[in-house]
Design a protein around this ligand. Structure first.
Ligand SMILES: [Zn+2]
Ligand SMILES: [Zn+2]
Length: 178
C-alpha cells in the first residue's frame, strides 16, 4: 500500500499533517530528489527568457554555476569562492562565481527555484558565451553544462575550433548545423 504524504517540497518535511516515521520521510525525500528539475522560466541574472536571448541555457561552467551537494563547500579560490546555502538537513546549494556576484537577492531567488524543484540557469550573454567581435551569442556555449526543456543536462565540450556567432552581419558569423 502506498502512503500518501503531503510532502511535495523539501520544506514540507517536518510540517506535514500525518505522523510519519523517519523511514517514511526518507522514502518521500528520495522521491522528491529523484524528480528531474526543469529549467526555471528566466535567466537568473538578466531575467530574460531563452527565446528572447536565443542559444542555450547554461547551468554551469568553470567559474559560474549552481548545484546541489550533500557537503558544505566554502572558500577555495579567493577570486571565485564557493558559497553553500543550507536548504534542509542533508542538502546544500553550492554557488560558484566571481567574488561578490551572489547578492542576497540572487541567493533568495536560487533557493526559491531549487525548492520549486527547478534548476536555475544563465543565458549565453550572462554566461559570457558571446562573440568577441560583435557581442552576439556564439553558436554553441562550449565548455558549459546546458539544460534542455525536459530537464536533461548535457556538457558541451570545447571543440578546438571557432564555432562562430549567430549574427549574420558579423565577420565571425557561421551558419550552424551545416
Ligand atoms: Zn541573462
Ligand atoms: Zn559576431
Amino acid at each position: 500500500m502506498e502512503n500518501k504524504f503531503h510532502i511535495n517540497h523539501p520544506e514540507d518535511i517536518g510540517i506535514q499533517k500525518q505522523k510519519v516515521s523517519a523511514e517514511d520521510i526518507r522514502a518521500a525525500k528520495a522521491k522528491i530528489e529523484k524528480k528531474k528539475r526543469k529549467p526555471s522560466s528566466h535567466c537568473l541574472f538578466c531575467k530574460k527568457s531563452v527565446d528572447e536571448i536565443g542559444g542555450k541555457r547554461v547551468v554551469a561552467q568553470k567559474t559560474l554555476g549552481t548545484y546541489i551537494s550533500k557537503t558544505y563547500r566554502g572558500g577555495g579560490d579567493p577570486d571565485f569562492p564557493d558559497l553553500s546555502i543550507k536548504i534542509d538537513d542533508a542538502n546544500y546549494i553550492v554557488l560558484c562565481g566571481k567574488k561578490g556576484i551572489w547578492t542576497d537577492e540572487l541567493i533568495d531567488k536560487v533557493k526559491e527555484i531549487y525548492l520549486n524543484i527547478e534548476c536555475p540557469w544563465f543565458c549565453q550573454k550572462c554566461a559570457g558565451k558571446t562573440c568577441h567581435i560583435c557581442g552576439e551569442i556564439l553558436n554553441n556555449p562550449i565548455g558549459s553544462d546546458v539544460i534542455y526543456d525536459d530537464g536533461c543536462v548535457l556538457h558541451v565540450a570545447a571543440l578546438g575550433y571557432n564555432l562562430g556567432c549567430m549574427n549574420d552581419a558579423c565577420e565571425n558569423y557561421k551558419k550552424w548545423g551545416e
